[in-house]
Every structure is written in structure tokens, then in C-alpha cells.
Design a protein around this ligand. Structure first.
Ligand code: ADP
Length: 542
């Protein structure tokens, strides 16, 4: 084999920030701080401070491969910690503050975090955690001296003081691109949470691929506001994609309510945003209530759970925003597919285009994807036959941290736990998570399809479909729905709305109206909790 003669330069994440600091030095990073005011600085400043943080970590005794935890919202300081930690060869471990303290304690222990940096509005949580996490030597409050929380935890440090004590005279070290950069635990809807450990190489490759025109289409002309948190699969890669392209970043901090988000979209002239469906439901409801429109937002990326078609339509028709459906998972860094139409779709009617746009999208180069039947046999890409979705690629996990759960791969493929179809154009559509599918009379009913129809009803704000035990059919569908404020709708109205939209045997057996639906720590409908609370529910006629 004749070897190529190209430079042997490892793909290391610090190079992304260095690139932005050198060639987009005055491009802004704007943050709504926990302390209150809007903070703004540039990529040049971000790199300088990230280097100081790397020096501070070394002074605290953190060495390469050690884990540094974060309990924090999206902000410039969190970005500095991402880069300062990974840049010096240690591992950032993003913790989800919305988990129960017991779950966080378990994850901190499993990851063996040595240091944890936290946002000051999470100080009460830190106070609870500290005594349960004796191996954590320092807790760094991400603020200045004036705003230090009055809590009693061992090794409490002030972020601003910590980095002010350093010179900043630091060169990012070079090392093996297969070294770990970031650790992220899956929510673990069943069993203990499992850690996915990204490498520098996988992170940089994912950032390249995610920047492409048929994916985030990122560039130095975009202003990106990630609503998706930096603790939810690396904010879907945005902290890496933005500096790679020199895009302006706008961080919303902890204020994720409609009013605060809308204000930032407008004042910072945001063009591109990303988040799970639940955040858009509340933002769009706020905008509708106040008769507001976007001035600059052109694209909203929706993923994490199925984007209801009604939402995609509302974004487009009421707000002129292209709502792009994306699919991925923690184990995939996270991007697997992204929905952008092909040239051949341009000539189609709006409705036919829409039928394609509601799918989860086309696979991104770098990820290989197939659907298989129960025997592991690959199924045709005909858009009809559905099977278990399997993936592989350089940013797909090969196993969990410390071997948790054993070897997850099947013949070198990662089973996603999703059930999907793939059409002849390569567009994948999730019909369900395999554990959420409703099994009736030996056949499967897609809970996502039923939810999408319910949520297209004008009086419905949010809906979930779950299987309820049935003596004859095994399970039958129940719709659990929240009405829009002031809307009038009965069980019969909603059931009638399904008629003609689905096969007769898919018709939900009943509707339960509720005031609230349970969500997971990443803002998805928690079907597990819902199934538990409805486990004794009696369907009509049973
Ligand atoms: P968890 O939800 O357990 O915290 P992830 O964030 O990794 O973990 O979730 C990945 C799962 O989320 C996928 O396997 C899939 O079931 C679901 N998901 C992600 N994006 C979409 C989407 N666009 N449509 C439907 N389901 C999605």
C-alpha cells in the first residue's frame, strides 16, 4: 500500500476554538447571564479565557483523562469550560441538573468527577449533592466574587478568581485524536444511566458533517441560538460547529421561557435555532398570545423527539420559518439524519413536500443506516416496511463507559431502539421507539402517528398515545391530551378527528384529558411515567 504524504495532524477540538479566535476574532458570543445582565465578548476573548481555565485546572491537580463535571446552562463560561477542559486533555462531563439528585450522585460517582463547575442558580442542588459526592474535591461557582452563593460545600471556588490568577500564556497541547473529550450519560429510561464517551476525532468529524449544507448549513453568516442545553448531547454539536464556521453564538442561560427567548431572537438577530418540540410549543404559544413575528429567524431545527407536523406547518405558515426535522441520539454525538429536500422535490406541491418534511430526514455522510427484521435481515428501502433501525459510523458509540451494559453492538452495528422506515430517496421515518410502540392483536400501532394527529386538532396543546392493557387485543391505544387554554373539545370530538386519517383498527379506544403531561429531564414526553400512572386505567367496554 502506497501511503499518502499528508501531514499527520490529529483532529483535536481546541483547534476549532483556535481557528475561530484567529480568523473570526471579533465575531460575538452573547449570553444571558444567571446574574442578570447580557454579556457579550468575542471568540478571541473566549479562547484566552478557556486557556486560563485549562491552566487553573492543572493548578487544581486535574490531569489528562480526569473528568470535570458541569452543572450549567448555556453560557460563555460553560463554553470556556468545554474548551479549557478538553483542550488540556481532560474530559468534560456535562450533568443534567433536571435529573433527581440521586441520579446525579450516581452519575458523578460512576464518572469519578474530580471537579464540578456549576451555575449559581443551582447552588441549592450543589449543597444537596456535595455530601453525597465525597470524591469531588472542588466545586467551582461559575461567577465572580460579588455573586458567590452562600453555601457550605467543601472546596468551594470562584470561577472568575480562579482564572484571574492565571497568566493565559498557554499553548494547547497536541495528543492522540482518539483521546476522550466529553462524557455524556443517556437518560436511562430503563436501568442505570450509561456514559457515552466521545473522542476528539469523533467530535471534530461530527462538527464537519453537521456543518454541511444539507445539515445545519452553518456559516460565518449565521447567528445561532441553541435552546437545546449544553448538557443534552453537547448541545447537538453547536458549541463545536459554530467556531468551526465562525458563526455568532447566542446563549440563553437559564431563561428558557417564551418571553426571554423571543427577546434574544430579536435583539441579537438570530437566524438559526435548535431545540426539542416542547420548547417550541411554549415559545409558539407565547408568540401567538402576543401577536409576535420573527424578524430574522429563518430556520428552526427540531429533534430529540418527533416534531409534530402541525408544528412544522405553524412555523412555516405563521412565522415564515423553515422547521427542519433532525434525528439522533446520545450514542450518535447526536446527529444521524437531517431533513432537507432534494432537487427532485422542488417541483412537488406544498402538500407533497410536506409529506417528505415530516420524516426524520436523510442520513448524513459518515453514518451508515439500515432497518432489519426480527431475524436481523436487512429490509428494503420502500418507505413502507418498518424494522429495527441500526447505525454505524465514526461518531457512533462502540460501547458504554466502563463497559456498562456489556457490548451493545450487533455485528458491528449499533441498535438504536427505534423502529423506522426508509424510503427510496433515503428519507428515514421513525414510527416509534420500540418500547413505546402499541401492540394490538399481534400488530403494531405507531404512537407517534396517533400523537401527530391529536396535536393537529386546533383545541389540543399536547398529546401522548400509550398502550393500555386489553383482555382481547393485548394493548389498545389511549390518547392523553392537554387542551389549549379556553378551548372546548370533547372525547367524541377528538375521536371523530381521527376518522379517515388512520386504519380503523388504529382508532384510539379512549381519550383522557389532563392538566399536565410528564416530561423527562431532556424535555421529552415521559411515556414510562405516563404508562405507570395509567396502568390501572379501564378502557370503555373492558
Ligand atoms: P434520552 O431520550 O433517553 O435522553 P437521547 O436524547 O439520546 O436519549 O434520545 C434518543 C432518542 O430520541 C432516539 O433514539 C429517538 O427515539 C428519539 N428521537 C430523537 N430525535 C427524534 C426525532 N426527530 N423523531 C422521533 N424520535 C426522535
Amino acid at each position: 500500500m502506497l501511503r499518502g504524504l499528508m501531514m499527520d495532524q490529529p483532529l483535536i477540538v481546541s483547534s476549532l476554538l483556535s481557528h475561530a479566535a484567529r480568523f473570526h476574532s471579533d465575531t460575538e458570543i452573547v449570553s444571558r447571564t444567571i446574574e442578570g445582565p447580557i454579556h457579550r465578548y468575542t471568540y478571541r476573548d473566549a479562547e484566552a479565557r478557556a486557556k486560563r481555565f485549562a491552566q487553573a485546572l492543572a493548578r487544581l491537580g486535574v490531569t489528562q483523562s480526569d473528568r470535570v463535571g458541569t452543572l450549567a446552562w448555556n453560557s460563555y463560561r460553560h463554553l470556556e469550560i468545554y474548551y479549557g477542559t478538553a483542550g488540556m486533555g481532560a474530559v468534560v462531563h456535562t450533568l443534567n441538573p433536571r435529573l433527581f439528585p440521586d441520579q446525579i450522585t450516581y452519575i458523578v460517582g460512576h464518572a469519578e468527577d474530580r471537579v464540578i463547575a456549576f451555575d449559581i442558580n443551582l447552588a441549592p442542588l450543589v449543597e444537596k449533592l456535595a455530601s453525597q459526592c465525597p470524591a469531588v474535591k472542588c466545586w467551582i461557582a461559575m461567577t465572580d466574587r460579588a455573586h458567590m452563593p452562600a453555601i457550605n460545600v467543601p472546596g468551594l471556588l470562584c470561577y472568575e478568581e480562579l482564572i484571574a490568577a492565571e497568566s493565559g500564556a498557554f499553548e494547547w497541547p497536541s495528543f492522540d485524536e482518539y483521546a476522550a473529550t466529553c462524557l455524556c450519560y443517556t437518560s436511562g429510561t430503563t436501568g442505570n444511566p450509561k456514559g457515552v464517551l466521545y473522542s476528539h476525532r469523533s467530535t471534530v468529524l461530527h462538527a464537519y458533517a453537521a456543518s454541511l449544507p444539507d445539515v445545519f448549513a452553518c456559516s460565518a453568516r449565521e447567528v445561532i441560538l441553541p435552546v437545546v442545553p449544553m448538557f443534552h448531547v453537547n448541545c447537538w454539536g453547536i458549541p463545536y460547529i459554530a467556531p468551526l464556521n465562525g458563526a455568532k453564538l447566542v446563549f440563553p442561560g437559564a431563561a428558557l421561557d417564551g418571553k426571554s427567548l423571543y427577546e434574544l431572537f430579536e435583539t441579537e438577530q438570530v437566524t438559526l435555532t435548535a431545540g426539542v418540540p416542547t420548547v417550541w410549543l411554549s415559545l409558539l404559544a407565547y408568540m401567538k398570545r402576543h401577536g409576535l413575528k420573527f424578524s430574522t429567524v429563518r430556520r428552526a431545527v427540531v429533534g430529540g423527539s418527533a416534531a409534530p407536523p402541525a408544528m412544522i406547518k405553524e412555523f412555516r405558515e405563521l412565522y415564515g420559518v423553515e422547521c427542519q426535522h433532525a434525528w439522533g441520539m446520545t450514542e450518535m454525538s447526536p446527529l444521524g439524519t437531517f431533513n432537507v429536500l432534494k432537487a427532485k422535490h422542488r417541483a412537488l406541491s406544498r402538500e407533497s413536500q410536506f409529506a417528505v418534511q415530516v420524516k426524520q430526514g436523510r442520513v448524513i455522510y459518515g453514518v451508515d443506516m439500515k432497518i432489519v427484521d426480527a431475524d436481523g435481515k436487512a429490509l428494503a428501502h420502500d418507505g413502507v416496511g418498518f424494522g429495527d433501525l441500526m447505525v454505524r459510523g465514526p461518531w457512533v458509540t462502540s460501547g458504554y463507559f466502563k463497559g456498562e451494559g456489556g457490548d451493545p453492538l450487533v455485528d458491528g452495528w449499533f441498535p438504536t431502539g427505534d423502529v423506522a422506515t426508509i424510503d427510496a430517496d433515503g428519507f428515514m421515518q421513525i414510527t416509534d421507539r420500540s418500547k413505546d410502540v402499541i401492540k394490538s392483536g399481534g400488530e403494531w400501532i405507531s404512537s407517534i402517528d396517533l400523537e401527530n394527529i391529536a396535536m393537529a386538532h386546533p383545541a389540543i396543546a399536547e398529546a401522548a398515545a400509550i398502550g393500555i392493557a386489553h383482555p382481547k387485543w393485548d394493548e389498545r391505544p389511549l390518547i392523553v391530551a392537554i387542551k389549549r387554554p379556553g378551548a372546548m373539545v370533547t372525547r367524541e370530538d377528538l375521536l371523530k378527528f381521527f376518522e379517515g386519517k388512520i386504519a380503523k383498527w388504529w382508532m384510539p379506544d379512549d381519550v383522557a384529558f389532563v392538566a399536565e403531561l410528564p416530561h423527562t429531564a431532556t424535555g421529552k414526553l415521559s411515556k414510562l411515567t405516563l404508562r405507570q400512572s395509567f396502568k390501572d386505567y379501564k378502557l370503555p367496554g373492558t
